[in-house]
Design a protein around this ligand. Sequence first.
Ligand code: NDP
Length: 326
Amino acid sequence: MFKAVLIEKDEAGQRVSLTEVSEDQLPEGDVTVRVECSTMNYKDGLAITGKSPVVRKFPMVPGIDFAGTVEASDNPDFKVGDKVVLNGWGVGEAHWGGLAQKARVKGDWLIPLVPEFTPEQAMAIGTAGYTAMLCVMALEKGGVTPEKGEVLVTGAAGGVGSVAVAVLAKLGYDVAAVTGRVSEGEYLTKLGAKRIIDRAELSAPGKPLMKEQWAGAVDVVGGQMLANVCASMKYRGVVAACGLAGGFGLPATVMPFILRGVTLAGVDSVMCPKADRIEAWLRLAKDLDPALLESMVQRLTMDEVIPTAEKILAGEVRGRVIVPIK
Ligand code: NDP
């Protein structure tokens, strides 16, 4: 038996508990991992509260991320004792996830843990941080260099935002951080933001084209904010869009794209090919100051996972939430 957060659903509705499950219940997979640390992302908040139908099979163990040690393997790429990381692939949605002492997955979904990080540090980064790195890589691919001008990060005090600010600042970009919590200004400045912008300034419906301000942008908010960000990009600027914390709509016009050559680059971490994942983790090992991770992290015990889900959805959690699994 091992401990797991379990989401069950029947005619009476959805129930979530911290419970004991048997190893026989683990799903199919060729690698079994002793989970050392997991996380709580926005999507885990949605899964646990049932506010959005992200869980596609019941019962389900949530947790879209984990890091741990291989306990059994029929996969030639992994042997017992290897340290591994998993992000996404529908784990915690369609396949049992990381908020448990054990996980069994397809070895193809795993990547080796880079030696620069402990399992806890890898989870302090988690899907949020690895997505932030994919966004930075998308800006670079689009030719956004520090000399081109200021870059904007929305939802900056959240998980993706915090890592994006830290990485971009370390790479030499001038980072403007948008937050609804100006009280987090000092935190964001310590991560490397040069300028803090109140969310309210970018939330109201704007014009199809506004003053050219940003060479690049990482947007986790979507909705009106993403429309306004696109309308304020400099000529040939690049917006990496990865989130919907403010809504999934996009009340925009084509004007920034056809008159300023702006690129809207979509970023998905879940089905991202393995080579890009490995590149993103190697880049994180090089371009993220691990000393900053501690300021971003809040640790929860497994008992605290369920009550924290609502807080994540309410945007009340700063930075990253990790769950060391004992
Ligand atoms: P967090 O909850 O940690 O952060 C989201 C941040 O967005 C909040 O901290 C807040 O920042 C801001 N925010 C929240 N609500 C609103 C609102 N109504 N309007 C404007 N800003 C708001 O989540 P993550 O950083 O983990 O994820 C951010 C988004 O990215 C989510 O939508 C998530 O689903 C998505 N995501 C997508 C991935 C992909 O593969 N495409 C992977 C990972 C995440 P502040 O307080 O600073 O304003």
